[in-house]
Design a protein around this ligand. Structure first.
Ligand code: NAD
Ligand code: ZN
Length: 243
C-alpha cells in the first residue's frame, strides 16, 4: 500500500457524505481496554454477567461496580490523535460527517466532536428503569440512588446491553443508505447490528474502508483495509479526503 493514501484509486473521488463508525479500538491507544481482545472478556469479566439485562437483574450491585470502575477510568484517559482528527474533520467540514460510535466512553466529545451517535449508550449517563429518563451522571451509581425525575431507586447504567435495541437506528440507517463513504475504525465487526453497517452502505453504492490493527471477520466487505494503529492511520485517511 502506498504511504500516501491519496494515491490509492479507491480514494480518488470526492466524498460528500462520510459516515465513520468507531469501536473500542479507537480508544485503545488512550488506555481504555477493548472488549474481545482477551477472548470474550471485558476487563476480566464475563459478558453475560456485566453486559446483559439478566446479569444486571441477578446482581445489580456487581454490575454497578463494573461500570463505576469504567466511569472512573474516564478521568484518567485522554483523547488520542484519532479522536482529534475526527473532531477536526467535523469542524472543517460541518454537515459532511456522521459519527457513529459503539463506544461508551466520552473521548470523542472531549476531543471536540459535537455530534456523536452513541448507539450503545454512554458511561456518563444513567437511565431510569421506571420513567425512562436519562440523567447525566458523572460519579458512582448504586442500587439506592434516586431518580431526580420520579424519585424511584431504579437507576441503571445507560448502556445498551446484549439483547437490547441500540439507539439511533433510524438516523444511522438513513446515514448509511445516503453516504458515499463509510469508514469503520477499531471495531472487530462481531457485534450486530453494527457489524452489518458495511453491507448496508455497500449495497447503497458507498465506498467502504476499514482501519484496524489486523484484518477482521468483515474485511472482505471493505473496498480498502488500512492496517495499522488508528492514531496514525485515521488522521492520514481523513486528511487525504480533505481536498
Ligand atoms: P472489540 O473490542 O470487539 O474490537 C476492537 C477492535 O479494535 C479489534 O478488531 C482490534 O483489532 C482493533 N484495535 C485494537 N487496537 C487498535 C488500534 N490501536 N487501532 C486500530 N484498531 C485497533 O470492539 P467493538 O467492535 O467496538 O465491540 C465492543 C463493544 O464493547 C462495543 O459495543 C462497546 O459498547 C463495548 N466497549 C466499549 C469500550 C469503550 O467505550 N471504549 C471499550 C470496550 C468495550
Ligand atoms: Zn425515574
Amino acid at each position: 500500500m502506498p504511504n500516501d493514501l491519496r494515491k490509492l484509486p479507491v480514494l480518488q473521488q470526492h466524498f460528500d457524505r462520510v459516515v465513520v463508525l468507531t469501536g473500542a479500538g479507537i480508544s485503545a491507544e488512550s488506555g481504555v481496554a477493548t472488549f474481545r481482545d482477551s477472548g470474550g472478556l471485558w476487563e476480566g469479566h464475563r459478558i453475560e454477567e456485566v453486559a446483559t439485562p439478566e446479569g444486571f437483574n441477578a446482581d445489580p450491585q456487581k454490575v454497578h461496580q463494573f461500570y463505576n470502575a469504567r466511569r472512573r477510568q474516564l478521568s484518567e484517559v485522554e483523547p488520542n490523535p484519532a479522536h482529534l482528527a475526527l473532531a477536526h474533520f467535523e469542524q472543517n467540514h460541518p454537515s459532511r460527517l456522521t459519527l457513529i460510535t459503539q463506544n461508551v466512553d466520552d473521548l470523542h466529545e472531549r476531543a471536540g466532536s459535537n455530534c456523536v451517535l452513541h448507539m450503545h449508550g454512554e458511561l456518563r449517563s444513567a437511565l431510569c428503569q421506571s420513567c425512562e429518563v436519562k440523567i447525566r451522571h458523572l460519579g458512582d451509581l448504586t442500587v439506592t440512588d434516586i431518580c431526580s425525575n420520579c424519585s424511584n431507586p431504579t437507576l441503571r447504567p445507560d448502556i445498551v446491553w446484549f439483547g437490547e435495541m441500540p439507539y439511533f437506528l433510524d438516523e444511522i440507517t438513513e446515514a448509511l443508505i445516503t453516504c458515499d463513504l463509510l469508514i469503520a475504525v477499531g471495531t472487530s465487526a462481531q457485534v450486530y447490528p453494527a457489524a452489518g453497517f458495511v453491507q448496508t452502505a455497500r449495497e447503497s453504492g458507498a465506498t467502504t474502508v476499514e482501519v484496524n490493527l489486523e484484518p477482521t471477520a468483515a474485511s472482505h466487505w471493505f473496498d480498502l483495509s488500512v492496517i495499522g494503529p488508528a492514531s496514525i492511520k485515521l488522521p492520514e485517511l481523513l486528511s487525504s479526503l480533505s481536498a
